[in-house]
Design a protein around this ligand. Structure first.
Ligand code: ADP
Ligand code: ZN
Ligand code: ZN
Length: 732
């Protein structure tokens, strides 16, 4: 007989013990995964609503008699069913407990007090505003300037947008309120705020933009790739698509990486659609987020903007999901379930026939491959939308030549010259050092080649015991004395960090004012905003930092971007390292000279012949793509295959190793024909807060094979770790 697992209260940790019910034949066609049903519950058989999370064939036993589902719950909100179904999808695809998956898609039911929104009302007239603005310019009060600019063509702005997104501090506000320029008051409602900038002319779409909009609307395929260079006007395309969706009475979700979720970006949506637009982001309290989701559910909001978690906005008639900069790694969840936002968005969109639009200047190889194969629609924007704006000049500097000509400094002659020039001109410089995750990778200073694993084509990592190890398959060898490629003895791991670069700048350019931004200096999101703010306010000439500085922020006076060592990200032991490098270099180039002044980007490298460096310098995505696809196909990495890893962790290192060994041996024996296993090996960050992590990679040709192996590994790992204070999870 057909049985169903039913969760009764989807906001309770108890859902991992779902209850089994019989599906009466009469409803068997109507009851599906995610369906809401009415069931008799508990001793008194009270009628409760539940959700079906699984259907299976089984039997009732005399020891455990089962109750029958009373009926499908017709009155249930179909969007809740959809979200439950999405949770089931997450669990099958990425692992995790049902509770973890449900709480990913449903934010919970914390009581929220409805608070009245606050607004800032601007009280002075245009001539006074201009006077204040001129004073602010003269005194370089940048925050005041930004606020005065925001009120240029409107009187009232929601407080949340101003303080969250415009980076206006309390002391700046105090100046305005003390001088009677601004009033903060509660709004009865936010109606009337919309269209406050209606006077602003909207740009007429150019031919490429027009074709993209029409192409996406008229093409029946659900997923579309909008491949457009930085500044080509992708956002304008999103705005037109949203307009269409709203006119049909449907809703839209716009995902933007948190770091790019700036005031300017949010305002562009707000200006077009007014108060049906809302934002969620990580600084909101749980209650605030739930409040905004509730408004979306009630139909008060129609457009939700936010990072990946905004994908779960409970809209009832979802028509469009936009994923801007969809290649960003922040779209891979870093908590169980480690879902891919792109895949999950496609799944959610399929429930309502919504479209998914993936926007990027540097699409992931997987997505571009889907488009080439015709499974995604492909729309290109090849020109910058603002007439007269030009691409930056890019210079690739071979550091091996610097070394052989006696320059051992971190700065090439060409970069040093250009930094000096900018300091004289009082323009700003960004120095980018991408060192995340590279640490321990070893490479040759003469030929530039990393010392790689013979099995995995990723860089080996240096360990304190003097060995080099592969963090994918576990291969190890003693540290090399000379380069296996060219025989040079100049072989070492990269030792330079952002702190060192900052010190070098101060040493080589006395008087240059510096700021540094990396995980150490930012101390949470506030620190990060503060540094950007200070750089924006010209409190420094040179900003040194990790990849955080090349993402999403426009500094009009930056005319030079220096990449200290492009190779660092190529050395990361991950099959995506070339792709990440290409993306980061392209983003770094995009930071140079976005406004009127032409910009330059200097890329220093020991591997100038690497295709990722060459393609980035030539600003040629397809050159990169063709080379990268070959590499992926040779090694059956995505898109040529499916890859996932099982992680076993715990505080007892030897128990972790033993459990992983047992699980891996069993899986290898069972799946020798369907999957390729790599490892087990120590994770690239093996020890985190005294927790040890072992990983087992597995590759398959098809997604269904991958899911089969994953389910088996899950069962094995569950059995081996049970009651032992050991944990397991899956990562993509
Ligand atoms: P992207 O999202 O591709 O980086 P944006 O949508 O931010 O690009 O557009 C870059 C700039 O070009 C913005 O200032 C935008 O207002 C402007 N822009 C976009 N489309 C047009 C157009 N059709 N005509 C004039 N300006 C445009
Ligand atoms: Zn060499
Ligand atoms: Zn290997």
């Amino acid at each position: 007989m057909l049985l169903a697992s039913v969760v009764i209260d989807i906001n309770s940790k108890e859902v991992d013990r779902p209850f089994t019910y019989i599906v009466p034949d009469a409803f068997s066609g109507q009851v599906r995964t995610g369906s809401a049903v009415v069931v008799p519950f508990g001793r008194g058989n009270t009628r409760r609503r539940g959700y079906v999370t699984q259907l299976f064939e089984g039997k009732e036993t005399p020891e455990r008699p089962l109750k029958e589902i009373l009926s499908p719950d017709e009155k249930a909100l179909s969007h809740t069913e959809q979200l439950v179904r999405l949770a089931v999808f997450l669990r099958e695809r990425y692992g995790g407990t049902l509770y973890q998956c449900l709480s990913t898609v449903l934010p919970g039911k914390t009581e929220v007090k409805a608070r009245k929104p606050r607004v800032f009302e601007f009280l002075c007239d245009e001539s006074r505003r201009r006077e204040e603005y001129e004073t602010a310019v003269k005194k370089k009060y940048y925050a005041r300037m930004r606020l005065l600019e925001a009120f240029q063509d409107r009187r009232v702005l929601p407080a949340s947008i101003v303080t969250d997104r415009l980076n206006i501090t309390a002391s700046t506000l105090k100046y305005f309120t003390d001088h009677g320029l601004l009033r903060i008051r509660e709004a009865e409602d936010t109606a009337g705020l919309s269209g406050t900038a209606a006077g602003k002319p909207r740009p007429v779409l150019n031919r490429e933009q027009q074709e993209a909009v029409e192409g996406i609307i008229n093409d029946p395929r659900p997923v579309h790739l909008l491949f457009g260079i930085t500044g080509s006007g992708k956002t304008e395309v999103y705005l037109s698509l949203i307009e269409k969706v709203l006119s049909e009475g449907k809703e839209a979700i716009v995902l933007i990486p948190e770091i790019a979720l700036t005031y300017q970006t949010v305002m562009r949506f707000y200006e077009r659609f007014g108060d049906v637009v809302s934002v969620v982001h990580s600084r909101l309290s749980k209650g605030e987020k739930i409040e905004r989701f509730k408004k979306a559910e009630d139909g008060e909001l129609k457009v939700m903007i936010g990072p990946r978690s905004a994908l779960f906005t409970p809209f009832k008639k979802l028509g469009l999901i936009v994923i801007d900069e969809f290649h960003e790694s922040s779209y891979l969840s870093d908590q169980t379930p480690r879902y891919s936002t792109v895949e999950t968005a496609a799944e959610r969109a399929s429930y309502t026939g919504a479209k998914v639009v993936l926007g990027s200047a540097t699409p992931s190889v997987e997505a571009f491959y889907e488009a080439e194969q015709g499974r995604y629609g492909l729309h290109r924007l090849n020109t910058r939308a603002v007439p007269g704006s030009v691409l930056p000049e890019v210079l690739v500097l071979d550091m091996r030549k610097e070394l052989s000509s006696g320059n051992r400094s971190a700065f090439s002659g060409a970069l040093r010259e250009r930094i000096l020039d900018r300091l004289v001109k009082k323009e700003q410089v960004m120095l980018f050092l991408n060192r995340r995750g590279y640490s321990g990778a070893v490479s040759c200073r003469m030929c530039g080649k990393p010392v790689s694993c013979p099995h995995c084509s990723v860089a080996l990592k240096y360990h304190a015991d003097g060995s080099l190890r592969c963090h994918i398959c576990g291969f190890r060898r003693p540290m090399v004395k000379e380069c296996p490629e060219c025989g040079s003895k100049l072989i070492a791991s990269f030792g330079i960090g952002t702190e060192k670069v900052e010190a070098l700048v101060q040493q080589e350019f006395p008087g240059a004012r510096t700021l540094r931004m990396d995980a150490d200096t930012t101390g949470g999101k506030e620190g990060h905003r503060e540094i950007l703010e200070r750089f924006m306010n010209h409190e420094a000439d040179v900003l040194v930092g990790t990849q955080m500085i090349v993402k999403g922020h426009d500094f009009p006076d930056v005319t030079l971007v220096g990449v200290i060592a492009a190779d660092l990200s190529l050395l990361v032991p991950d099959y995506r390292s070339a792709e990440r490098t290409f993306q980061l270099l392209t983003q770094a180039e995009g930071r140079a000279g976005r406004a009127k002044k032409p910009g330059e980007c200097v890329i220093q490298t020991y591997m100038p012949e690497h295709y990722a460096v060459q393609a980035a310098a030539a600003q040629d995505y397809e050159l990169f793509y063709r080379n990268e696809l070959l590499y992926r196909q040779q090694l059956s990495y995505p898109p040529a295959g499916y890859l996932m890893k099982l992680v076993v962790s715990g505080q007892d290192a030897s128990a972790v190793k033993a459990v992983m060994a047992t699980v891996a041996a069993a899986a290898k024996a069972r799946f020798q024909d369907t999957a390729e296993f790599l490892g087990p090996s120590e994770a690239s960050i093996y020890r985190v807060k005294d927790t040890f992590r072992e990983v087992l990679h597995f590759k398959t040709k098809t997604l269904s094979a991958l899911l089969g192996v994953k389910a088996a590994l899950e069962a094995l790992a569950e059995k081996e770790t049970e009651g032992r204070r050991l944990f397991y999870s899956f990562e993509s």
